[in-house]
Design a protein around this ligand. Structure first.
Ligand code: ATP
Ligand code: MG
Length: 282
């Protein structure tokens, strides 16, 4: 498998507080990496380094083998979609204008091509076409987030960075957005880095899950690996509820719905906690 993003001994401090303490990480092209860890552990910092919004104090970040410091920064960012929590839409532009912002820059002459791209991405993220002429203030929070994701995707990036993108939406909308994002990932082969605070979401969406604590990697592996073979006590505690909710023996935790596979078959006599996080994913 081809490596698309590489962190090599990346360090970052603010004052005397070390946020990243020598991050080493290789991300394969086409993977969906979910990133989870305690608040302040450096997730946003690591994400912003990928598109050059923050620079490491030392160490390298490479994209397709090339140090990002060598790249043209505008070109770099154009190839990387960035969707963050809360609305970052242009308030004075309609939904259509927001989504077509980058495609318009890319193919100035071909308006038809841009219109087709807007239609395609609105459909893929589950936005009604009739919302095109609305302004962000006339949309619900969930709709605004979908526009933000459509706008990031419409630029046809190879890499999509998402920082808690579903944090502010209700559980039903969140479930729909998760399903849609998973489908988009499958259909486009895009590489996604997705920060979340919800371990259920991290295990459900990620082909790989990165668990961080205090600026260091606790584990980087497939969801079933985290469930059945937690590398540290931190990971064991983090996944405890999912292991419990699935009521499966260790060697079958890969079948758990949280492993990214569909359907959680409770073991006979298993008592899934009805108030547990499984409720979030009907
Ligand atoms: N510009 C800054 N100046 C000083 N300290 C900063 C700055 N930006 C971030 N930090 C600190 O660096 C640490 C890591 O921040 P970061 O935003 O990466 O955390 P995070 O893992 O994304 O947290 P959260 O889950 O709360 O979003 C935090 O302790 C934060 O207070
Ligand atoms: Mg953050």
């Amino acid at each position: 498998m081809e490596t698309i993003i590489e962190f090599q001994k990346v360090k970052k401090s603010y004052g005397d507080k070390a946020v990243l303490k020598g991050l080493d990480l290789s991300i394969e092209k086409g993977s969906f990496v979910t990133i989870i860890g305690s608040s302040g552990c450096g997730k946003t910092t690591a994400l912003k380094m990928v598109n050059g919004l923050l620079k490491p104090d030392s160490g390298n970040i490479k994209i397709k083998g090339e140090d990002i410091r060598q790249k043209d920064q505008t070109q770099l960012r154009r190839n990387i979609g960035y969707a963050i929590q809360g609305s970052v839409l242009f308030p004075h532009m309609t939904v259509e204008q927001n989504i077509s912002y980058v495609p318009n820059l890319l193919n100035k002459r071909d308006k038809q091509k841009t219109r087709a791209a807007v239609d395609k991405w609105m459909k893929l993220v589950g936005l009604e076409q009739e919302l095109k002429e609305r302004y962000p203030a006339e949309l619900s929070g969930g709709q605004q987030q979908r526009v933000g994701i459509a706008r990031a995707l419409a630029a046809s990036p190879e890499i999509l960075l998402m920082d808690e993108p579903f944090g502010a939406v209700d559980e039903i909308t969140r479930g729909q957005l998760q399903t849609e994002l998973k489908r988009i990932h499958r259909q486009t082969g895009i590489t996604v880095l997705f920060v979340t605070h919800d371990i259920g979401e991290a295990l459900k969406l990620g082909t790989k899950v990165l668990v961080m604590d205090q600026g260091e990697i606790q584990q980087y592996g497939g969801p079933q690996e985290l469930l059945s073979r937690p590398a540290t006590e931190f990971v064991r505690q983090l996944t405890r509820q999912q292991r419990h909710t699935c009521s499966l023996p260790d060697d079958r935790l890969g079948d758990c719905e949280y492993s990214g596979a569909r359907g959680c078959a409770p073991a006979s006599g298993g008592s899934a906690d009805s108030s547990g996080p499984a409720d979030r994913f009907p």
